[in-house]
Design a protein around this ligand. Structure first.
Ligand SMILES: *[C@@H]1O[C@H](CO)[C@@H](O)[C@H](O)[C@H]1NC(C)=O
Ligand SMILES: *[C@@H]1O[C@H](CO)[C@@H](O)[C@H](O)[C@H]1NC(C)=O
Ligand SMILES: *[C@@H]1O[C@H](CO)[C@@H](O)[C@H](O)[C@H]1NC(C)=O
Length: 488
């Protein structure tokens, strides 16, 4: 097509035409190719994912990609020891905590271990054996100092926490203040220049979530009054958030897509929006084939010749279990060698049990059992209908060397399944999930293991708790002193 043969021209001119065309093509494609490659290396776009993180340098406040993509040298001690205040509604001890509390705990114990002086302001701990109220407690010099305000266990009262903070801040001012979501309300946060807030889900994501959830309702199934109320309430919430979010100085988005929403819809100046993905404990989850075999043998799933899907988390409707239930019940009628292991408990436990011996419902699991669970499966399925934040289970599965099947949400597409090799995405409906699962079955365990290897490499470079801690440390240093904003 490039060689124009419509015009019949003298031989010589045709030749020179070809030559000019070639030159023309060359002159244009080379710079374009160069530009594409260059764009990839400088903006680290998600379409050219590689485990080797390309060289990038500049002011970190201009970075619109996740900081996790950058290597941070793991030097023994930080250049400056920071005094950090943390506002968290809850501080987990023992029992399985929610994502936000787990984030606070993982991050701030890591920062304290690196030598920073971390003070956590939180509600009275849910633990009846010890009196945590009043006097600050800390088990060793290298763990965070916990300040519980007085009152009922687990019931957050920000003004009480603020009093404790104020007292400590007067004694010796904090370098940085970190709020887990709105633990510190904007009325108190508005005057703090050295404040960063991590958003574990924003109202715009809740709106998407409501849409996905309602679309899974059957035509003759009535809408529950509570859901209707939340559906009608969510738009005013989005508007409200857009109006008050700018009162927080620095914003940490825990997914790339949330960062985009904060910049583009919430209109926060982009140099105040930083994307740092949450991390999971790299020692807790890793690839261990024999552990997986043992687990399969124990629960009676054949090691050879079978294909095992795994799902984990609370077994509730909005985590997409109705979709998986429907899709899997159809899948097993055609494929007798396919199994599903369910780790977690909740209302959908009994429905899964109806599906017979090829579904194993194992209840809530301890971290060590969970590690074996991930190793026992061929692929991890996360059918969630809630795009808020980012599900840690996806990261845990990838860290354990497993490919994933997940809802095609902007957060998952933008930060987790950023490469087709990492797994499969589906629209949040049972038909689309079934299609994805059929593809999984067609590929079989060998190919899935290959994909899992790619997942593991990516997860090890992006989703570790130590990477998250180093990225936050760098942000906090940058908040204290501009010179630390310049990377590397
Ligand atoms: C949902 O609530 C709105 C306003 O509160 C009301 O007008 C509507 O009829 C309700 N719809 C359903 C299905 O309950
Ligand atoms: C599974 O298959 C592999 C080779 O394909 C074989 O070495 C192994 O013994 C088999 N394990 C079981 C439990 O059948
Ligand atoms: C910031 O850090 C640089 C380099 O460590 C130092 O020279 C400078 O004095 C610091 N500025 C402030 C305001 O602390």
């Amino acid at each position: 097509m490039a060689f124009n043969n419509k015009h019949k021209k003298p031989h010589l001119i045709f030749h020179s035409n070809v030559f000019t065309t070639l030159l023309f093509i060359l002159a244009f494609t080379v710079p374009i190719l160069f530009l594409i490659l260059h764009t990839c290396t400088s903006s680290l776009c998600s379409s050219c994912v590689s485990n080797k993180v390309e060289a990038w340098s500049g002011d970190l406040r201009n970075a619109q990609f996740a900081w996790n993509r950058l290597p941070f040298p793991h030097v023994q001690s930080p250049p400056v020891v920071l005094k950090i205040a943390v506002f968290s509604r809850k501080w987990p001890i023992g029992a399985a905590p929610g994502g936000m509390e787990r984030h606070a705990y993982t991050l701030h114990t890591a920062l304290a271990r690196r030598g920073h002086s971390v003070h956590v302001f939180t509600s009275p701990l849910v633990d009846n054996n010890r009196d945590h109220t009043g006097t600050p407690s800390s088990t060793s010099s290298n763990s965070p100092i916990i300040h519980c305000h007085e009152g009922e266990a687990g019931k957050w009262r920000y003004n009480k926490a603020w009093e404790l903070f104020d007292e400590e801040n007067r004694r010796e001012p904090f370098d940085v203040i970190h709020s887990e979501s709105v633990a510190l309300p904007h009325s108190l946060a508005r005057n703090l220049k050295n404040l960063a807030v991590s958003w574990h889900g924003i109202a715009l994501e809740s709106l998407q979530s409501s849409i996905y959830q309602d679309l899974t309702r059957n035509p003759n199934e009535p809408m529950s009054p509570a859901f209707n109320e939340s559906l009608y309430g969510v738009v005013p919430k989005v508007l409200n958030e857009i109006r008050f979010f700018h009162n927080y100085n620095h914003h940490v988005a825990i997914s790339d897509s949330c960062g985009e929403m904060l910049r583009d819809v919430y209109q926060i100046p982009r140099r105040r929006v930083h994307v740092i993905l949450n991390g999971v404990d790299e020692n807790g989850f890793r690839n261990d084939l024999s552990l997986g075999h043992e687990f399969r043998a124990k629960i009676g799933v054949p090691i050879n010749g079978s294909l095992v899907l795994g799902v984990a988390g609370r077994l509730v409707k909005d985590k997409g279990h109705p979709l998986l239930y429907e899709a899997f019940s159809k899948l097993i009628t055609k494929h007798p060698h396919v199994y599903l292991i369910v780790a977690g408990s909740g209302p959908w436990e009994n429905r899964y049990k109806e599906l017979g011996p090829r579904v194993q419902v194992l209840g809530s699991m301890s971290p060590s059992k969970l590690k074996a669970f991930y190793n026992a499966i061929d692929i991890f399925v996360n059918p969630t209908l809630r795009p808020q934040g980012l599900d840690l289970t996806l990261m845990e599965a990838m860290m354990s060397g497993k490919a994933v099947v997940a809802s095609r949400f902007p957060s998952i597409k933008g930060s987790i399944v950023v490469n087709d090799e990492f797994g499969f995405m589906f629209s949040p409906n049972a038909g689309s999930l079934l299609e994805a699962l059929e593809e999984v079955v067609r590929e079989g365990p060998k190919r899935l293991a290959q994909r899992g290897k790619a997942c593991q490499e990516y997860a090890a470079s992006m989703f570790t708790a130590s990477k998250m801690a180093l990225a936050y440390e760098r942000l906090f240093l940058c908040i204290k002193n501009d010179t630390f904003c310049v990377y590397p």
